[in-house]
Design a protein around this ligand. Structure first.
Ligand SMILES: CC(C)(COP(=O)(O)OP(=O)(O)OC[C@H]1O[C@@H](n2cnc3c(N)ncnc32)[C@H](O)[C@@H]1OP(=O)(O)O)[C@@H](O)C(=O)NCCC(=O)NCCS
Length: 200
């Protein structure tokens, strides 16, 4: 299990106090590098904003995803992450996007274990989320941690809602979002897809 917390500068408490995984006292902010998460068994991950230099790591992370994880994340099948798309995903426009990675620096080269991302629609004051955690690192609270960070980001941008499309068969994500207080509605134009939303 990994222990971590929300960053000390955040002015409101975590959405969900967790019974396992992350310990709110254990995430240490090391500007400008990021926040260090340390597990109870000694493993470490860095939570930080995605950077242009993360392209190769993002492409390697994609190759470790199962076809099911890819379909759940992108809502369609993809056999590879094209270099231009990887570059685009690592070069964010901070006015319209935020993206956070969980970086494993205990290995060479450093590897990305999870990514959380929002795209902001300033016209309607909301943001669409996406999140993915590498399978071998799942069920340790990392998905919740990334989602909490995205919610915090949306709040600091003074948005009114965070939402995302999730496949109805994606029980892990539906449960994760339900735990965080998201509401669910079906998307008539997209059978098999739910829109999950949280008013901020
Ligand atoms: C969904 C996903 C992000 C969850 O990441 P994670 O790090 O395993 O999530 P957490 O450890 O924070 O789990 C949080 C909660 O989610 C639910 N959950 C997670 N994995 C689950 C599983 N395999 N089965 C059932 N519930 C699950 C549980 O409610 C869990 O709380 P609990 O551990 O207290 O029971 C991860 O499985 C993933 O990357 N899936 C593929 C991509 C995807 O589906 N993205 C969402 C659409 S954008």
């Amino acid at each position: 299990m990994i222990s971590a917390s929300l960053r000390p500068t955040i002015s409101h408490p975590p959405l969900l106090p967790r019974g396992h995984g992350y310990d709110v006292s254990a995430l240490v902010w090391h500007p400008p590098h990021g926040e260090l998460l340390r597990s109870t068994d000694g493993r470490e991950l860095w939570l930080r904003v995605i950077e242009p230099g993360d392209v190769a790591a993002l492409q390697r992370a994609f190759t470790r995803l199962s076809p099911e994880d890819i379909r759940r994340r992108f809502l369609h099948a993809m056999s590879e992450l094209p270099p231009l798309m990887a570059k685009r995903l690592c070069n964010i426009d901070p006015v319209h996007e935020s993206a956070y990675v969980l970086m494993d620096e205990s290995v060479r080269p450093h590897e990305i274990r999870g990514v959380g991302r929002i795209y902001v629609d300033h016209t309607s004051d909301n943001a669409e989320f996406s999140v993915v955690v590498e399978h071998d690192w799942s069920r340790q609270g990392l998905g919740v941690l990334l989602m909490q960070r995205l919610v915090d980001d949306c709040r600091s941008r003074e948005l009114t809602e965070i939402w995302g499309y999730v496949l109805l068969e994606n029980r892990p994500m539906l449960e994760l979002c339900r735990d965080l207080g998201f509401t669910q509605r079906l998307v008539p134009s997209e059978p098999g897809v739910a829109q999950l939303s949280l008013r901020l």
